[in-house]
Design a protein around this ligand. Structure first.
Ligand SMILES: NC(=O)c1ccc[n+]([C@@H]2O[C@H](COP(=O)([O-])OP(=O)(O)OC[C@H]3O[C@@H](n4cnc5c(N)ncnc54)[C@H](O)[C@@H]3O)[C@@H](O)[C@H]2O)c1
Length: 261
């Protein structure tokens, strides 16, 4: 597979899965534009744009920094539950969506948008009322009020951020079809990155049970090839799907729910 000649914007490229995606995209020949609040490792990207995805002014300034057309946008940046519910909802969903919409004029026809979901968002359909309420929150400034109204702890906010992201990905399956722009999601299970400990801390026994079921934790390099595939031509008819990349965890949940385990 080649990404030769493609320009790919990757958020979260300074660490973990985003850094692995940047390395994968570069190895496949892409020009990588990294967007992060921290600077990526030298040589990992062709351009670095410092931005804070929890702040509207910072998000809105990104498009002006990009020269020329963009072939793929990988929304990888995200925060774990320990960073607090409001900030998590801002960065993982409301800010991500704002950046995506602001970059639409920069996207070439046929471009691909890839959102980093999570196994944590798998149950979005069962939480659809709360998901719908978050989808209706347009402004980053309104997230704190949303949290007060909808309650829930920090772990729930993380789950909700990923539920909303997956639901939005499916909902917008044909939004930009006339321009050939497609949007998909990739949902990892537990991956050993700097935020892995935060998940274990917040989710406690539930996370430990997941780790017992898996033969090993995922690595960022397990996720990056799938993200790269979704950026490339081979995935051109894949649209509005959420693809688990989780060592079999999503299949396990579905089989248990259907009673065929
Ligand atoms: N690690 C896991 O187990 C796991 C599992 C499922 C999904 N995910 C998702 O994968 C994505 C990447 O996480 P990771 O595990 O690589 O974590 P990470 O902490 O290694 O990387 C996250 C990156 O996002 C950036 N970032 C955070 N807040 C930002 C902000 N306000 N503005 C700009 N950049 C910001 C960080 O600087 C960092 O470079 C996240 O969306 C996360 O929710 C992770």
């Amino acid at each position: 597979m080649s990404l030769q000649g493609k320009t790919i914007v990757i958020t979260g490229a300074a660490s973990g899965i985003g850094a692995a995606c940047a390395a994968e995209a570069k190895s496949l020949g892409a020009k990588v534009i990294a967007v992060d609040r921290n600077e990526p490792t030298a040589g990992l990207c062709d351009q670095f744009i410092r931005a804070d995805l929890s702040r509207a002014d910072s998000i809105d300034a990104v498009a002006g920094e990009i020269q020329g057309g963009v072939d793929a946008l990988c929304n990888i940046a995200g925060l774990p539950p320990t960073r607090g519910g409001a900030l998590v909802l801002q960065v993982n969903f409301v800010g991500l969506r704002r950046l995506t919409l602001s970059l639409l004029p920069k996207l070439n026809d046929g471009a691909s948008i890839v959102n980093l979901g999570s196994l944590a968002g798998f149950g979005w359909a069962e939480q659809v009322d709360q998901v719908r309420a978050l989808l209706d929150v347009d402004s980053l400034d309104d997230v704190a009020t949303f949290c007060t109204q909808h309650g829930g702890d920090d772990a729930r906010a993380y789950f909700l951020s990923k539920e909303a992201l997956i639901a939005w990905t499916l909902q917008r399956r044909w939004q930009w079809r006339a321009r050939g722009i497609r949007m998909n999601a990739v949902s990892p299970g537990p991956v050993e990155t700097p935020i892995h400990q935060d998940f274990l801390q917040t989710l406690g026994e539930r996370a430990e049970e997941d780790m017992r079921l898996l033969e090993r934790a995922g690595q960022a390099e397990d996720i990056a090839p799938l993200v790269a595939f979704l950026c490339g031509e081979g995935s051109r008819w894949i649209r509005g799907v959420n693809i688990p990349c989780d060592g079999g965890m999503a299949a396990h949940i579905l089989c248990q729910q259907a009673g065929i385990d």
